[in-house]
Write a protein that binds this ligand. Structure first.
Ligand code: ADP
Ligand code: MG
Length: 244
């Protein structure tokens, strides 16, 4: 369970809070989509949860542990529960699909093994299985730079799966993809979410996709949480409110 209390983020020299006293509790099994126009605070919100962004004040409890005050060493354990997928994939273009996927196990191995690039048979098998889950097993030896955007994002998802996550975070993972590819990515994410019983929080600008896939929608505006409810409650009036 993720419990966020009075979360505030203020960037240096900013006049206003990027996140302004956010309170929300999210349970395992929930597939939450976060809506809000550009600048609303969506990325700051997601990045605070795995502490890519240090909160200014407030609490973030992950299974009763306050992650805002953990040392870097202890935070490493928590981070191995949490994976993030990004709009621009964050892959290594000249490496193959298989090699990129294997890098997902870096969080769980010793640094010297990472430097030597030694992967066990078990890690290789897990990478192959993850690539099957995202239906990319036919492309394992292709360089990532030769893939389409949707395929790249599927590598991003496979890499995330190698970490055996409990929480899946997405910062606009389909923002640079066309509508039908975006839908396909969401189908894969939702299937993985259900099979692995994850807690998922995904920023998205496409309200229709959010309404189709989310079990719960939250909306941010100017750093404040202005909506938290069921997808069907997001009607035209609410839409106008979120994007005004
Ligand atoms: P969104 O992802 O919804 O577009 P962000 O979380 O990126 O929103 O931004 C929220 C607010 O914080 C915006 O006003 C943005 O300009 C500001 N902001 C974001 N990142 C930084 C940063 N690194 N330094 C200063 N201000 C930032
Ligand atoms: Mg953003």
């Amino acid at each position: 369970m993720l419990t966020i209390s009075d979360l505030v983020v203020r960037y240096p020299k900013a006049n206003e809070n990027a996140l302004d006293r956010i309170n929300v509790t999210i349970n395992k099994g929930e597939f939450v989509c976060v809506l809000g126009k550009s600048g609303a605070g969506k990325s700051t919100f997601i990045r605070s949860i795995n502490r890519l962004q240090q909160p200014t004040s407030g609490q973030i409890l992950w299974n009763d542990v306050d992650i805002t005050t953990l040392s870097e060493a202890k935070m490493r354990n928590v981070r191995s529960d949490i994976v993030m997928i990004f709009q621009h994939f964050n892959l290594i273009p000249r490496m193959t699909v298989f090699q990129n996927t294997l890098t997902g196990s870096f969080g769980r191995r010793s640094p010297y093994k990472n430097i030597l690039g030694l992967f066990s048979e078990e890690e290789k098998e897990r990478a192959l299985k993850a690539l099957q889950e995202v239906e990319l097993e036919k492309h394992i030896d292709k360089r990532v730079e030769a893939l389409s955007g949707g395929q790249k994002q599927r590598v991003g998802i496979a890499r995330a799966l190698l970490q055996d996550p409990k929480m899946l975070l997405g910062d606009e993972p389909v923002a640079s993809l066309d509508p039908s590819t975006s839908r396909r990515i969401f189908e894969i994410l939702k299937r993985i979410h259900e099979e692995r019983e994850l807690l998922s929080i995904i920023n998205i600008h496409d309200v229709n996709l959010a309404k189709e896939f989310a079990t719960r929608i939250i909306a941010l505006r100017d750093g404040q949480l202005i909506f938290d409810g069921q997808p069907e409650e997001v009607d035209e009036r609410m839409f106008a409110d979120i994007y005004q």
